[in-house]
Design a protein around this ligand. Structure first.
Ligand code: KIV
Length: 278
């Protein structure tokens, strides 16, 4: 990796990304770029490359900890990595995943968990699940905590879903996804991640909501895109899903690969619609 800028330097000419700025981008039709990020060194690189949002995903359980799922990831793990990312970041919008079991029990539990991530440096928390999370989204939002919801393949429910499978393939489940998306937006979610679903479902949800949708394996019709950092750097192990592009192919450095990702999201060269076969 090449020499990093000083930890205290904000990227030249880059204003901090705020919720207001993300809304402006959405209204202007400018795609939002997001990558997962788990530490200060990469936070600096991503921030300097112009990535809009850094997601400290609970995917860190699989990517960093070598686990088979995100289920064992704890709030303490998440707060640690949010703090690391916040140390390296100066201007990107920082989103921390609420891990499995940290928000399902009660509003008080969700508030306590969200507080831990916000105090560690997150600007927004993300939680997985359909309409049943709408009350929690409303509760947190009303208390000044921006919330990103997450629909489609929700990895914390992998066992209930019967594996890492495409969601919303039949009319009934597509209708349910559309309904849940509306409920989450009505409850105050400021952003919605859509994971592994057909393009037609993504397009319908994106067109019907006032908030930005961020897709992963969900086609081109989202307001933004997210990938797992290690996957797009060619470090994912095992067979990679078709929607993942290895941006290190042909790139001279990690910085160049990230810059290409940002440029390709902004110009809608990524994702490639021909690779989205569902
Ligand atoms: O945990 C994570 O990295 C995520 C992304 C896949 C959206 O939730």
């Amino acid at each position: 990796m090449s020499v990093h800028p000083s930890p205290d330097a904000a990227p030249a000419g880059r204003k901090p990304i705020t919720l207001h700025r993300l809304r402006e981008m959405h209204v202007a039709g400018e795609p939002i770029s997001m990558l997962t990020c788990y530490d200060a060194a990469f936070a600096r690189v991503l921030d300097h490359a112009g990535v809009d949002c850094l997601l400290i995903g609970d995917s860190l359980g699989m990517v960093l900890q070598g686990l088979g799922s995100t289920l064992p990831v704890t709030l303490t793990d998440m707060a640690y990595h949010v703090r690391c990312v916040a140390q390296g970041n100066r201007s990107a919008w920082v989103i921390g995943d609420l891990p499995f079991g940290s928000y399902q029990q009660s509003h008080a539990q969700a508030m306590e968990s969200a507080t831990a991530l916000m105090q560690a440096g997150a600007h927004m928390v993300k939680l997985e699940g359909g309409g049943w999370t709408a009350d929690t989204v409303r509760f947190l939002t009303q208390r000044g905590i921006p919330v990103c919801a997450h629909l489609g393949l929700t990895p914390q429910s992998v066992h209930a879903l019967g594996g890492y499978r495409i969601q919303g393939r039949d009319e009934a489940s597509a209708t349910t996804l559309r309904l849940h998306a509306q409920q989450l937006a009505d409850a105050g979610a400021a952003m919605l991640v859509l994971e592994l679903m057909p393009s037609a479902v993504t397009a319908a949800i994106t067109a019907s909501l006032p908030i930005p949708t961020i897709g992963i394996g969900a086609g081109v019709d989202c307001a933004g895109q997210v990938l797992v950092l290690h996957d797009m750097l060619g470090l994912g192990h095992g067979k990679q899903p078709r929607f993942v592009r290895d941006f290190m192919q042909g790139a001279a450095s990690i910085e160049a690969a990230i810059a290409t990702y940002v440029a390709d999201v902004k110009t809608r060269r990524f994702p490639d619609p021909t690779l989205h076969g569902y």
